[in-house]
Design a protein around this ligand. Structure first.
Ligand SMILES: [Zn+2]
Length: 253
């Protein structure tokens, strides 16, 4: 297990440099540190339909895990089933063993809503998850990337363990603020962003990779062509990377 009370520990020590130094001298759990070398975490945002029809079967074939941060993306999640998964497809990801996690009900940017609205956004999506047999989320991703100072106590109150941003860096599981987990957007027309992200993997830090649609026809600025994605995933397999979901780490806390 991770220290005595990992969540409280991580929250209490955030941004507290002196105490971080003390924390760094503690002996980390070998189970986590054995995984760091050549380990990446895959995350996919915004419930794009090809996450179920193309991405998940390929990941399954390669023995990879991943976290899918879903929401009912406005304005046409309910009707545009070319772009977005149905709830049955979201359930299917969960049934396949992937992590389905909370990205707010309506992709609500935290800078534009009140703390009370944020809490409702979280809980309304969790209620939908329960109605589809999907377990409680451990991990959260801020819609659009930026967090808000009010979010951490609310996330902690509801049993979340991390919140993912889009700050482009590898994740130091021990030292980074658990409510500001970085991730590296790796979409694009070639594999250069992925290769740069993999270069950041060290014995202390795990790159958390962020994809959107494969392809993403509606949000073209985060598009990844399927042939590029398949080549990237087969490269990770050939190079013997360990490919995890966020909860593969947070389950150990
Ligand atoms: Zn998003």
């Amino acid at each position: 297990m991770f220290f005595l009370d990992p969540l409280d520990w991580r929250y209490e020590y955030r941004l507290d440099e002196e105490r971080k130094k003390t924390a760094a001298r503690r002996t980390p759990p070998i189970r986590i540190f054995e995984m760091y070398n050549k380990t990446v975490i895959l995350t996919f945002d915004d419930a794009v339909s090809n996450h179920c029809t193309f991405v998940a079967p390929l990941l399954k074939e390669l023995g990879f895990n991943a976290t899918f941060f879903v929401c009912e993306f406005p304005p046409d999640f309910a009707t545009d089933k070319v772009q977005y998964m149905s709830w049955e497809q979201i359930e299917e990801l969960d049934n396949m063993g992937f992590e389905v996690a909370n990205h707010t009900l309506t992709h609500a940017g935290l800078g534009n809503i009140t703390p009370a609205e944020f809490e409702k956004q979280l809980l309304d999506l969790e209620a939908l998850f329960r109605s589809h047999g999907i377990p409680k989320s451990e991990n959260f991703a801020y819609p659009g990337g930026p967090g808000a100072a009010y979010a951490a106590p609310i996330l902690q109150k509801h049993g979340f363990k991390t919140a993912r941003t889009v700050r482009s860096a590898a994740w130091n599981v021990v030292m980074d603020d658990c409510w500001l987990v970085p991730s590296i957007p790796v979409h694009g027309p070639d594999d250069s962003a992925l290769k740069k992200a993999l270069d950041l993997a060290t014995t202390d830090e795990i790159p958390v990779l962020l994809y959107h649609g494969v392809p993403d026809i509606l949000h073209t600025w985060v598009d990844t062509p399927p042939e590029i994605f398949e080549r990237e995933m087969r490269y990770l397999a050939a190079e013997e990377w360990t490919v995890l979901a966020l909860r593969d780490i947070t389950n150990l806390w």
